[in-house]
Design a protein around this ligand. Structure first.
Ligand SMILES: Cc1cc2nc3c(=O)[nH]c(=O)nc-3n(C[C@H](O)[C@H](O)[C@H](O)COP(=O)(O)OP(=O)(O)OC[C@H]3O[C@@H](n4cnc5c(N)ncnc54)[C@H](O)[C@@H]3O)c2cc1C
Length: 345
């Protein structure tokens, strides 16, 4: 049997559901074809289950894209305030966290329910789960023919909202990229973003030993730097500073970690030189962060001088960061990769 509709949307994630509702509000008949057993699985996982549904400051510069004009035009037509208005209309309670991030108070489920209600309200949306797309072809005149395990669909407009590669268990797949290629579009190479750094050398042993510890640190490469929480894990480094830098990091590139970004070490050392010249460097630094972290840093950076009194340390341990003439304890590391679980296997 051939089903005739105006719009076929492939994928019932956040994008597919939002689009289906909007298209139906314009009077178009819409069918959403979803391969999984349930819709919106990634929404439910988002923001640790609380969904960071938008931010107070949303600018085109916040988006990484090969085509920045697309984001400018999209944000001109639909802003974060439009979405906040919809959330308020549904009475969904939310809170503001760091950097103006907005999270639901009761859970991501409310955002999914809101999108499904929008689809229901629009009347012309039909959602099919367990639907395997077998073939997509252009129609001779115009439009598309989609063969699935639930029959054939013919439509004027086809929307591919099948998401990216991350977390295959939540529906992540390369289907969208393959379809784009089939229709002659250029596909840029993909790479993991917003992911932890993993290590395979002795530094992995360090992060494993420190696993669970966190501190504020600055992660720096040639182009960007982020000062946020840094979390040690069994596989490497995570936390907001790592996730942010991963967006601007290329495989094999080294980056630096400033473990004491908010301390004016120059002043601190000057003062201590007079007040406590015999103290060990590790004792001094333990004033700022957990002793276990300082001990591991000592092993990595100044192990040979670990029992030298502070005033006799060689200056090379403490780097001078050039222009600002402030002293920083900076550690340079090369990661072997971003977390593989987020990559296509
Ligand atoms: C752990 C985690 C936390 C996150 N937290 C946040 C957050 O707090 N805030 C935020 O804004 N973003 C967050 N994100 C990112 C956000 O979840 C995604 O950017 C967003 O869900 C992408 O939506 P989408 O509709 O494009 O794709 P998806 O949600 O991936 O949806 C795509 C859908 O298409 C289906 N599909 C795939 N292939 C086919 C096919 N061949 N045929 C039919 N259907 C198919 C999939 O099953 C899936 O349901 C988070 C992501 C993760 C992994």
């Amino acid at each position: 049997m051939v089903h005739q509709v105006d719009v076929v949307v492939l994928g019932a994630g956040a994008s597919g559901l939002m689009l289906a509702a909007e298209a139906a509000k314009r009077g178009r008949s819409v069918v959403v074809l979803e391969k999984a057993n349930k819709v919106g699985k990634k929404i439910l996982m988002s923001g640790g289950g609380k969904c960071n549904f938008t931010n107070l400051d949303v600018e085109p510069s916040n988006y990484l894209s090969e085509n920045p004009h697309f984001v400018i035009s999209a944000l001109t037509r639909y802003t974060n305030w439009d979405f906040i208005a919809m959330v308020c209309e549904y009475g969904i309670e939310y809170e503001e966290r760091k950097h103006g991030q907005l999270f639901t108070l009761k859970g991501a489920k409310e955002i999914l329910e809101m999108l499904l209600t929008e689809c229901e309200k629009a009347k012309y949306v039909n959602i099919q789960t367990h639907c395997e797309v077998q073939d997509v072809q252009p129609k001779a005149d115009s439009g598309f023919i989609i063969d699935t395990n639930q029959g054939t669909y013919q439509c004027e407009s086809l929307v591919v909202a099948t998401g990216g590669l991350s977390i295959p268990t939540l529906g992540g797949s390369g289907f969208g990229y393959e379809l784009a290629q089939q229709f002659g579009h250029h596909v840029y190479p993909t790479r993991a973003g917003l992911v932890p750094f993993t290590f395979s050398d002795q530094f992995k042993e360090v992060t494993t030993r420190l696993s669970g510890n966190a501190l504020d640190a600055t992660l720096i490469n040639d182009r960007h730097q982020f000062t946020e929480a840094l979390l040690f894990t069994h596989r490497g480094l995570s936390g907001p500073s790592s996730l942010q830098l991963s967006n601007y990091w290329h495989v094999g590139e080294s980056f630096k970690i400033d473990f004491f970004p908010s301390q004016d070490l120059t002043e601190f050392f000057k003062e201590k030189k007079k007040a406590q010249p015999k103290v060990l460097l590790r004792t001094l630094l333990s004033e700022f962060t957990a002793k276990s972290i300082v001990l591991e840093l000592q092993q990595l950076i100044w192990a040979e001088q670990s029992d030298t009194r502070w005033c006799r340390y060689q200056r090379s341990i403490i780097q001078n960061d050039g222009k600002q003439k402030t002293e920083r304890l900076i550690f340079c590391r090369r990661s072997t990769g971003c977390d593989r679980s987020f990559r296509r296997i």
